[in-house]
Write a protein that binds this ligand. Structure first.
Ligand code: DOR
Ligand code: ZN
Ligand code: ZN
Length: 425
């Protein structure tokens, strides 16, 4: 395929004009040449910006076991609509993805159903498991229960996980500090639970001799304490990476209290000072990327008496990043880092460091136009989490390895193989 009349963002944050040719799924740039006339396999990008596809290393597509909440086919459509071309799926499935057999069974589902590139996280458990670390993005350590498998929060348990796996992603809330009867939600899961989890992680890391320490990813940072912690340990040279999510950058606890279950998420959304610290950290690079933590639940569950936590944000991912760009939080160059390059580097996914010669042809066409929030969303969650937030960019088309997977609200059907490829290993 070829993108003509293209205006693309380069990895150094500047724009170039010309055409983008895709050869065997890779990018070839023809600066200055607008390309051929319209025809088959020609995508005219007049009036759009061409951006690199996003790498979202934190989604919950909930298959196997809970595809009624989303599923791989539908969730990967929602991701494509949000400009995500590579996703890494979390392991808190039913049953939890904790063994080699379960990773293999889950991979078979993704191979058949995922529209975009994909990889899997395994869930760390106390029992020794047979999973080869090289076939998963990371071992996910839940210090608060997030699946039928129990949480691991004690110092010895945490240290054992950090010794076992070369890459660990962590949900850092110590569930022993929860007070489930308290309301609202952010008091039931106070920030002290996050601070306690960080202390446990840090002392476990320090007990492990330096060459044997794993790469650690702090998932969904939501507090100023996490920002300070990441800054301090990075400055000391720890192999630590930090993620935050769009909802922590847009909303505050007051918004969450007003919205109720729609914005109920773990960890909870905190105070304006936390949001400020997170915005500063994504701007200056202390935090590495913005993952959506796409966590869909059924509308009936969310509106019921005991709503589950989670915000399904994948299909708003790129418009939300562009909003941060428009507000001066992200430069164009930072947008490439935060949107794809940093996560790709952390997880060892090649060819996702921005639009350049030879990179994988994962591309998104966007145009400046208010995103409608009235139609039903793609996600089975059925909720627009950002319904009151004006989003001034729309994804027009998403290209995965040179194949259009989304265009103007339509998802083409595929006979046989899907364009999404497994990226790890
Ligand atoms: O709010 C959340 N929902 N936080 C998590 O850690 C898990 C997620 C889910 O799977 O629903
Ligand atoms: Zn989590
Ligand atoms: Zn999550």
């Amino acid at each position: 395929m070829i993108l003509t009349h293209a205006h693309w963002l380069t990895a150094d944050g500047t724009f170039q004009e010309g055409s983008i040719l895709v050869e065997q799924g890779r990018i070839r740039l023809e600066p200055g040449d607008p390309g051929p006339e319209p025809g088959p396999d020609v995508l005219d990008a007049t009036g759009s910006l061409v951006l690199p596809g996003l790498v979202d290393p934190h989604v919950h597509l909930r298959q196997p076991g809970q595809s009624g909440k989303e599923g791989v086919a539908n969730g990967s459509r929602a991701a494509a609509a949000g400009g995500i071309t590579t996703l890494l799926d979390m392991p808190n499935d039913r049953p939890p993805t904790t063994t080699a057999a379960r990773v293999a069974a889950k991979a078979a589902i993704f191979r058949q159903r995922c529209r975009v590139h994909w990889g899997l996280h395994v869930q760390a458990s106390r029992r020794p498991v047979d999973v080869d670390p090289s076939i998963v993005a990371s071992a996910k350590l839940y210090m608060a229960r997030g699946s039928p498998a129990p949480a691991i929060r004690d110092p010895d348990g945490v240290e054992a996980v950090l010794r076992r796996w070369p890459r660990v992603t962590v949900h850092a809330e110590d569930e022993a500090r929860f007070d489930p009867q308290r309301r609202p939600h952010d008091l039931a899961r106070p920030r002290e639970a996050v601070v306690a989890a960080l202390a446990t992680l840090e002392s476990a890391l320090r007990r492990i001799p330096e060459p044997r320490r794993p790469r650690l990813v702090l998932c969904h940072a939501s507090t100023r304490e996490e920002v300070a912690w990441v800054r301090r340990l990075k400055a000391e040279g720890f192999d630590l990476w930090g993620e935050t999510c769009p909802h922590y950058l847009v909303f505050t606890a007051d918004d969450a209290h007003r919205a109720g279950a729609r914005l109920q998420v773990n960890p909870p959304i905190r105070e304006p000072a936390d949001r400020e610290a997170l915005l500063e950290a994504v701007s200056d690079g202390a935090l590495d990327w913005i993952g959506t933590d796409h966590a869909p639940h059924r509308l009936a569950e969310k509106t019921g008496p005991n709503p589950p936590s989670g915000i399904a944000g994948a299909e708003w991912a790129l418009p939300l990043l562009l909003r941060l760009r428009d507000r001066g939080i992200l430069s164009w160059r930072r947008l490439v880092e935060v949107g794809c390059a940093r996560a790709a580097t952390c997880y060892g996914i090649a060819g996702r460091d921005g639009i350049r010669e030879g990179a994988v042809a994962d591309l998104v066409l966007v145009r400046p136009s208010r995103m409608p929030q009235s139609e039903p969303p793609v996600t089975r969650a059925g909720i627009h989490p950002y319904q009151d937030v004006p989003l001034d960019w729309q994804v027009q088309a998403t290209v995965v390895g040179g194949v259009v997977v989304y265009r103007d609200g339509v998802f083409p059907e595929f006979q046989g193989e899907l364009p999404g490829r497994r990226v790890i290993p």
